[in-house]
Write a protein that binds this ligand. Structure first.
Ligand code: ISE
Length: 334
């Protein structure tokens, strides 16, 4: 039996999710592509052979011929549309962030918990990237000993908008690291500081964060949204008996004119394509079986990312070390 999926949002990420559903998800059908701009929805639906194009997300979610939903519409719609999916009892893969407001995350958690079962999987796709999978495996097997530090670099070519701020680097980009580092280390954060060097122009400068975990590890995160040279994500996990570092993912190397070069992608979509496919396949299994994938992010993880980002933005604004304080983890998300 095929699972009929509605993709909400036909922008960059929505179109990518729709393509994965249409081309890389055996057992699923791209049923509806929905976007506030119906012409954009129609263009993606036609290109990928979806049965329908639509412009009303709630109506698309409630359709009888839709079994599961992928939300890739603008960030502020994620929480309300996730609740719409919960209300009609349909599994949903919601792009990050669930919300930047912890209270809004809590409201989705409460709505989900009230049903007594999981409906929401959150699209923190890096958990499915092979580099992080191997880092977590190195910890589990004891290969590098007890973890001490995790260093992270997250660089974009340029900001998506001219008015992008340092706080937005923390609330928009860093949540990927906030989530995947918690996942790899298997612990929570206790505090965060945030710092910025000065640029010579008006563009947003990199933000460097230092987090302490409740187990006494240090986590460094550099987010540089104006790195200029390419999309570049690096990480190194340092343990007491060794270290494991992510390699730059490049399929080829060009040797010419006395030089050797590999290339960078312009953004995250190619770098993480494989992770998105694995994540979406895990979502399909969840939609078919109701069994929440062990490594996937939940609403609880979305809440933790929002709390950490909020503390990070305050740390940057005030120049002080901020505590990262979560509510007790509900049994439902254990
Ligand atoms: C951006 O905010 C995202 O959400 C992307 O998933 C990420 O990979 C990118 O680097 C971020 O800046």
């Amino acid at each position: 039996m095929t699972t009929r999926i509605a993709v909400i949002g036909a922008g960059l990420m929505g179109a990518d999710h729709a393509r994965i559903v249409a081309e890389d998800l055996p057992g699923a059908t791209l049923q509806v592509v929905c976007d506030m701009d119906e012409a954009r929805a129609r263009a993606v639906a036609d290109e990928l052979g979806a049965a329908h194009a639509a412009s009303d997300p709630e109506a698309a979610i409630a359709r009888d011929d839709v079994d599961a939903v992928i939300i890739a519409s603008p960030d502020f719609t994620h929480a309300p549309l996730s609740r719409a999916c919960i209300a009609v009892g349909k599994p949903v893969l919601c792009e990050k962030p669930l919300s930047q407001q912890p209270d809004e995350c809590l409201a989705v958690m409460q709505a989900e918990e009230a049903t007594g079962r999981r409906f929401v999987m959150l699209g923190f796709m890096r958990r499915y990237d092979q580099s992080y999978v191997e880092m977590k495996a190195a910890l589990t097997s004891g290969q590098i000993g007890r973890p001490l530090m995790m260093h992270n670099f997250h660089r974009n070519v340029e900001t998506p908008a001219a008015d992008f701020t340092g706080a937005m680097a923390i609330t928009n980009s860093a949540p990927h690291e906030f989530d995947v580092v918690r996942h790899v280390l298997g612990c929570e954060y206790a505090s965060i500081t945030a710092h910025q060097p000065r640029r010579s122009d008006s563009r947003v400068a990199p933000v460097v964060m230092v987090l302490e975990t409740t187990d006494g590890q240090l986590v460094t995160i550099e987010v540089n949204n104006n790195a200029a040279y390419g999309y570049d994500v690096r990480a190194e996990l340092v343990g007491e008996a060794g270290s494991i570092a992510m390699n730059n993912v490049a399929y080829t190397r060009t040797d010419a004119k006395l030089a050797s070069a590999t290339r960078y992608d312009a953004d995250w979509r190619a770098r993480y394509h494989e992770a998105y496919v694995r994540q979406n396949r895990a979502f399909l299994t969840f939609a078919k079986t109701g069994s929440f994938p062990e490594i996937a992010s939940s609403c609880w993880d979305g809440y933790c990312a929002a709390i950490t980002a909020q503390a990070g933005a305050k740390a940057l604004e005030t120049g002080t070390r901020q505590p990262v304080t979560f509510i007790a983890k509900p049994e439902f998300y254990a």
